[in-house]
Design a protein around this ligand. Structure first.
Ligand code: MG
Length: 197
């Protein structure tokens, strides 16, 4: 029996930090785990920049609330949910995605939480567990499912390796080159075909 584990940003929704960096014209917020592999360092850096720029959580939520799913994402997700359970595994935060999840039909999402200070600035972040995407795949397999996983970035590789089938969706050329064993889908039609195959 198949279950489907999908990354969120880059698969169904645009990259949130890029949207925030663009909206507030803060180039420093464009850094990703590709530039700063240490996630804790990257997040502490982001929180410092946000505070310095006077950007509060509700400002970010407003930007995210204006985002649209990637073209065709909602229909893709609806079709996939007819095939079996779909769980979105993301390194992002519930506070960020609440404003936009309705546009995707409120799928099941496993992610993390943010803390704010009295002025509404993001002051901390709380990861549910280390290596959460990989551990979620393992747990779903232990429930008796054959897991097919989809990701697009470095932080998805452990999940794709753990899954019974791992698929890359529009990955950067470097990941594609370094991990040629994962099949690549470039659009939702190809992705559905690979997921159902
Ligand atoms: Mg992604």
């Amino acid at each position: 029996m198949d279950a489907y584990c999908l990354d969120l940003e880059g698969i169904l929704l645009p990259e949130i930090w890029i949207a925030v960096a663009t909206r507030f014209k803060v180039k420093a917020l464009r850094l990703t785990t590709r530039d700063v592999p240490d996630y804790d360092k990257l997040m502490r850096y982001r929180l410092r920049i946000l505070k310095g720029e006077g950007i509060r959580l509700r400002d970010i939520q407003r930007v995210i609330g204006g985002l649209q799913p990637l073209p065709g994402a909602k229909q893709f997700l609806e079709k996939l949910r007819l095939e079996g359970p779909v769980i979105l595994l993301s390194d992002t935060y519930y506070e960020f995605w609440q404003p936009v999840m309705r546009k995707l039909g409120c799928p099941v999402l496993f992610c993390n939480r943010l803390g704010t200070d009295r002025s509404g600035f993001i002051s901390s972040y709380h990861l549910r567990q280390k290596d959460g995407k990989r551990k979620a795949v393992r747990a779903i397999q232990q429930c008796g499912f054959h897991v097919r996983a989809v990701g697009d970035s470095y932080n998805d590789l452990a999940m794709l390796k753990e899954a019974d089938v791992g698929i890359l969706f529009n990955p950067p050329a470097s990941i594609r080159k370094d991990h040629p064993k994962f099949p690549v889908a470039r659009n939702y039609q190809e992705l559905l075909r690979l997921l159902k195959g």
